[in-house]
Design a binder for this molecule. Sequence first.
Ligand code: NI
Length: 182
Amino acid sequence: MFKKLNILDEKDKRLRMISKDATFPLSNEDKDLIKRAIDELTYSQIENLAEKYELRPGMGLAFPQLGLNKRIIIIVHEVEDGVFDEYVFVNPKIISYSNEMIAADVGEGCLSVNREVEGHVPRYARVTVEGYDIDGNKIKVRAREELSIAFQHEIDHLNGILFYDRINKDKPFFNENEIRLI
Ligand code: NI
């Protein structure tokens, strides 16, 4: 049976903490939360299920959003209609990134931020992320475009950073000459 996760709201101080490295083996509770996060993120991106379970669409979650300050992130990326790539990274680190910057033209959203926040969030167009899978095996991914933004957004959560912290208050919007908008 599907049971919605309890996702912390932006006002919760736990979202502002620096999370600690997770240690292996992961607990069954952690593995269960990861599985539930994958399900919930997937359902949230399938219209009839999102409606049925009243889920706001989201492609990523980080453990601090569940009240646990451990460095674990989950991303469910829709690569084509109804086809999803799942990423679970334990102790993720960005080991290289492009010079080129991008921003989501519509701005970013977050399952902990229950309001619209306008403005472009500058991100690296491409990042290489290293980390571990749930069994402690080393893994690596090269992410670009939307997926690159998702990794940076989720890793920010592990460092107590919310996406709007990165919006320039004096100049919240860029034009196409300044940054590539996707
Ligand atoms: Ni978020």
